[in-house]
Design a protein around this ligand. Structure first.
Ligand code: FAD
Length: 372
């Protein structure tokens, strides 16, 4: 692309030329375990973009003293370089504090792309960074590509009605900022011993504009759907909230959890944090059983990473039937109780077999739930 005539875009913004910007950054979100899985997943699209541009993937860690040890995992999962800022003021997460550090680093290093995981924190911080740098941002991307002619990154996402995909670009400003929701991209495989550069930067983070007064942990009795290996998901086809009780029984026999479509959430049959899809969560179970769900594009975008999809639906023309690995064209009120009965029978048979083989003690130590 030719030189950008800055005064035609906005005379108040600092003038910049896209060709001065290089490298694809992934901003690491830190949790109790280290760099969050959602941030590490962003190394997958980052690698793809960087390879197409012939640039490097750079991880950015802004955390408390000792955070530099987390850089190794980013390198082993695909970062060529990691920039680390350690500071006491980064011990607590404040969007303006971490955001300011990212802005300062960005002004110094001029990355062409910055990717954030669209978690609660990423959704808060990415717009802060974009607005401060006066550049564009595309939230909840489902894919990324590069225009070979202009070298612009194409930030791809379904627009509101999701019957098509929008290809969004930021032609005149840099960095190009995008977010993607957890589980939209797979976690890159760890390659132990992979080498990369770790750069320590001295940045003085500002005082936070707010203060954390107290932290309350919300009790969670169940595995969150984004971590579950088996999900039994219900839609409007269940007809009543009681339908979810039957699904719950099936899920528990399979060692899984329940989830739902937006219609089920809108009806108040299941809480919003269990919604799968474009405006819900993306999941990556080994088994996803969709019961009374038609399979709209907005729902299916959330199950892209599911290994096997089983659909139970009365309508053989429902879109989900074409997308599922296995389909049962039947009324769930007949199929699910029959499945539950069969699973219970198998479980009892297994218990009897174990008892005969190893004695009653074995039953107390044998794993419960799924695996039948
Ligand atoms: C901007 C936007 C964002 C959206 N985000 C999401 C999102 O994140 N997640 C999401 O799910 N949706 C989302 N939607 C809504 C989406 O377009 C669909 O309306 C929704 O997914 C449909 O839900 P459903 O499959 O439960 O209901 P329906 O489409 O009504 O399907 C019900 C299905 O149940 C079947 N059925 C009926 N009775 C039985 C029975 N007894 N046994 C078996 N099957 C039966 C029917 O054949 C039908 O296929 C979004 C929409 C928009 C516009």
């Amino acid at each position: 692309m030719g030189r950008v005539e800055c005064e035609k875009i906005c005379s108040l913004w600092p003038c910049e030329q896209p060709e001065e910007f290089r490298n694809v950054w992934v901003v690491a979100e830190l949790d109790e375990q280290g760099v969050s899985e959602a941030s590490l997943q962003m190394l997958t699209p980052a690698r793809r973009i960087a390879d197409k541009l012939g640039e490097s993937v750079v991880g950015v860690i802004a955390g408390p003293p000792g955070s530099s040890q987390l850089a190794v995992e980013m390198v082993e999962r695909g970062a060529d370089e990691v920039i680390v800022v350690e500071h006491e003021r980064l011990s607590e997460y404040y969007p303006d504090v971490v955001g300011s550090v990212i802005v300062e680093l960005s002004l110094k290093y001029k990355p062409s792309v910055i990717l954030f995981a669209a978690t609660a924190r990423g959704r808060e911080m990415a717009p802060y960074v974009a607005n401060t740098l006066k550049t564009g941002i595309t939230a909840d991307c489902t894919d990324f590509d590069v225009d070979p002619k202009t070298r612009d990154v194409l930030l791809i996402r379904p627009p509101f009605s999701a019957i098509m995909l929008a290809y969004i670009r930021t032609p005149f400003r840099r960095p190009q900022i995008g977010t993607a929701r957890p589980n939209v991209f797979p976690l890159p495989e760890r390659q132990p011993g992979r080498q990369g550069r770790i750069v320590r930067e001295e940045v003085e983070p500002p005082e936070p504009m707010a203060r954390l007064v107290n932290r309350v942990r919300i009790p969670r009795s169940e595995v969150p759907i984004e971590k579950a290996e088996v999900i039994v998901s219900g839609g409007r086809g269940l007809g009543t909230p009681e339908g979810f009780r039957v699904l719950e029984e099936l899920a528990s026999l399979l060692g899984g959890v329940i989830a739902g479509s937006r219609k089920a959430v809108d009806a108040g049959w299941i809480p919003p944090e269990r919604q799968v899809g474009q405006t819900g969560k993306s999941v990556k179970p080994i088994l996803y059983i969709a019961v009374g769900i038609s399979g709209s594009a907005q729902h299916m975008v959330g199950v892209r990473e599911a290994r096997r999809i089983v659909a139970i639906n009365i309508d053989e023309n429902a879109p989900i039937i074409r997308q599922a690995d296995y389909s049962l064209i039947a009324d769930y009120r007949e199929v699910i109780p029959a499945l539950i009965e069969e699973l219970r029978r198998l479980k009892e048979e297994r218990s009897r077999y174990l008892e005969e083989l190893l004695g009653p003690e074995a039953l107390r130590t044998a794993p419960q739930g799924g695996g039948s």
